[in-house]
Ligand binder design. Sequence first.
Ligand SMILES: NC(=O)c1ccc[n+]([C@@H]2O[C@H](COP(=O)([O-])OP(=O)(O)OC[C@H]3O[C@@H](n4cnc5c(N)ncnc54)[C@H](OP(=O)(O)O)[C@@H]3O)[C@@H](O)[C@H]2O)c1
Length: 243
Amino acid sequence: MPDVQYRRLDELSDAELHRMYEPVEADWLRVNFVSSADGAATLDGLSGPLSGEADKRVFKVLRTRCDVLLAGSGTVLAEGYGPLELSAERVAWRAERGLPDVPVMAVVSRSARLDPNAPLFTRAKRRPIVICTADAAVEQMADLREVADVIAVGTGAVDYRAAVTALRERGLKQILCEGGPTLFGSLVADDLVDEFDLTVAPLLVGGGPIRTAEGPTSEAARRMRLGHVIEAGGNLMLRYLRG
Ligand SMILES: NC(=O)c1ccc[n+]([C@@H]2O[C@H](COP(=O)([O-])OP(=O)(O)OC[C@H]3O[C@@H](n4cnc5c(N)ncnc54)[C@H](OP(=O)(O)O)[C@@H]3O)[C@@H](O)[C@H]2O)c1
C-alpha cells in the first residue's frame, strides 16, 4: 500500500498542492466537504462558518482542475451559487493545460424546480447543465433548456450512474462534487465516489446539523484508503481514495 503523506499547508506551494490532488484516473469523481470535528456539515445552515483560509485554498485548487462542478439544488440555493469565476492566475493554469477558462457548472435537481433567470444560468461563461429525473415537470425542463443542457435520467429519483456517464460522454471526465449531503449520500449509495476530500475543522458544533452524507441507509460501507493529511491551524485536510 502506498505511504500516506503528512504535510503542513504553509510548506506547500500551489504547484505542490496541485500535485497532491492529481487524479488517479482520467475518469474521476471527487467529492469535497468541510465538517466540524464532531461531524457537522453546517453551522447556522451553511458550510461557510466551518471553513477558513486553509480549506478555501484546497477548495480553489480542486475547482481549478475539474472539468465539471456538480452541486445539488439545495446547496446552490443555500450557498447562493452564482456563475463560476476563477482568478486570472487559475485561468492561466487551465490554459497551459488546454482547459477552457472555467469548468462547466452542473446542478442536480430531482424536480428541475430551478429558476432559469438565476445569474448562475444567465451569466455563466459556459452553458450549464441541469440533471433531473425524466419525469420532472415538462414546462420546467423546457424553460431550463433555454439556458442549460438538461440531462433527464431516472424515474422518481435521479439515475446518478446514467448522469455521470452522460457527463463523461460530453468530455467532462474530471467531476468535482461540492455537495450537498443529499447528493453525496446518493453518490455513495451508487458507489460512484472515487475520492473524498474532507477538511476537518477544529470545532465542536453539537447536535442538530446534518452530516456530510444524508439520505436512505446505504447497503454497503465503502472502504477508502487515506492518501494524505495536510494540517493547517488545527484543520486537517484529508484525502481518501477508493480503496
Ligand atoms: N459542509 C460542506 O462542505 C457542505 C457542502 C455542500 C452543502 N452543504 C450544506 O448542505 C445543505 C444543502 O444540502 P442538501 O442535502 O439539503 O441538498 P443538496 O444535496 O445540495 O441537493 C439535494 C437536491 O437533490 C434533489 N434530490 C435528489 N434525490 C433526492 C431525495 N431522495 N430526496 C430529496 N431530494 C433529492 C433535490 O432536488 P429538488 O428539490 O430541486 O427537486 C434536492 O434539492 C446546505 O445547508 C449547505 O450549506 C455543506
